[in-house]
Design a protein around this ligand. Structure first.
Ligand code: G6P
Length: 366
């Protein structure tokens, strides 16, 4: 009811603004990295496994895609990420030494549960879930687990569940690295410090809401949008496009920016807003040349830069700057303005933000 919403107009907005608290709760008590964060016996399993298979749907799948970058770069363990509904019906090559990781807000998604059972039936018995509901079927079915503490998520479009999943998955990457002897104490301390700073950092990003509202008024008049990111931020571009589609009904697609020239560039006109996730990482120079390709075709760029990315506003290039540069944790910060952009665009279009047409919060049947 209205009382629960407090100053917010919708649950989605409330849940976006709850993210500093949700992340703090999810990381509460984490003062050092240890596999046991994921349950008793995790160290033995983590030491033994030689690859990771992530299974999930929807927004949780995009958290999995992000985790692949972290686990491969930090723990040096190969990762496959599969959409649960595809994996369960595909003839795949099972690896009994893989760690099977399911990611699910509800812990009740039928396809993800079935994919887990399928993996187990193929002899993959090392299972772990990152889940927001401690009493769910998913947690019961998996040997190891990390419970995110996002709290109840009401909005159909997932927000705080996603960023808390990312925090948990970052811990997983660090714990795997440590089990394999690939995390020094200095690195561990540095990562813990960065994780603990997240709530403050997210609050600073939320303060950009007024700037994002002015962009949303432009987006509300469009029928298509393109989201670009590279590397770690490609999954964030995918999640930004999904949010916009789900609640504003604007057709949105995401591409890794390097693929632009292999197709989507044909769509770019001055009617096409192009959202660019542009933190100052090693790919920034490449991203800038992708942005020029868009400008050369008249596309309007809406760039989410950070404190260190040297990108300035100019004709057709709008820039909102996140107040810090967050290194490897940057995806957790960069998704927040995309959530706000989708929310305010939907608000401007007058859609039913918390209950978008044709969608359900939890898909418990196939
Ligand atoms: C539905 C929801 C999405 C969610 C997906 C997976 O489609 O609308 O927000 O990402 O299911 O749900 P899960 O609970 O498994 O994360």
């Amino acid at each position: 009811g209205a009382a629960e919403l407090g100053p917010y107009r919708h649950y989605m907005q409330k849940e976006i603004f709850e993210q500093p608290r949700a992340i703090a709760d999810t990381l509460e008590g984490v003062i050092s990295i240890m596999p046991e964060l994921f349950g008793d016996g995790a160290y033995k399993v983590f030491k033994q496994i030689d690859s990771v298979l992530i299974l999930a749907c929807g927004t949780s799948y995009y958290a999995g895609l992000t985790a692949k970058y972290w686990i491969e770069s930090i723990a040096k363990i190969p990762v496959n990420v599969e959409i649960a509904s595809e994996y369960r019906y595909r003839e795949s090559v099972p690896n009994p030494n893989a760690l099977v990781v399911t990611i699910s807000q509800s812990g009740e998604t039928a396809d993800t549960l079935a994919a887990l059972k399928h993996a187990r039936s193929l002899g993959m018995l090392h299972t772990l879930t990152v889940c927001n509901v401690a009493t769910s079927a998913m947690v019961r079915e998996c040997a190891l687990s990390y419970i995110t503490h996002a709290g109840v998520e009401v909005g159909v479009a997932s927000t705080k569940a996603f960023t808390t999943q990312l925090a948990a998955l970052f811990l997983l990457a660090l714990s795997l690295a440590q089990s394999k002897g690939r995390l020094s104490e200095t690195e561990e301390a540095e990562h813990i410090r960065a994780l603990r700073h997240l709530p403050v950092a997210i609050s600073a990003v939320l303060a950009l809401e007024p700037q994002i509202i002015s962009w949303a008024e432009e987006f509300a008049r469009k029928e298509n949008a393109l989201f670009l990111g590279r590397g770690l931020h490609y999954p964030i571009a995918l999640e930004g496009a999904l949010k916009l589609k789900e609640i504003s009904y604007i057709h949105a697609e995401a591409y890794p920016a390097g693929e632009l020239k292999h197709g989507p560039l044909a769509l770019v006109t001055k009617e096409m807003p192009v959202v660019t996730v542009a933190p100052n990482d090693t790919l920034i120079e490449k991203l800038k040349s992708n942005m020029q390709e868009v400008r050369a075709r008249g596309g309007e760029l809406y760039v989410f830069a950070d404190a260190d990315s040297r990108i300035t506003s100019s004709e057709g290039v709008h820039v909102i700057r996140l107040p810090e540069h967050y290194g490897q944790l940057s995806p957790i910060l960069h998704v927040v303005p995309l959530q706000l952009l989708a929310y305010h665009t939907a608000l401007a279009r007058g859609t039913d933000v918390d209950k978008p047409r044709n969608l359900a919060k939890s898909v418990t049947v196939e």
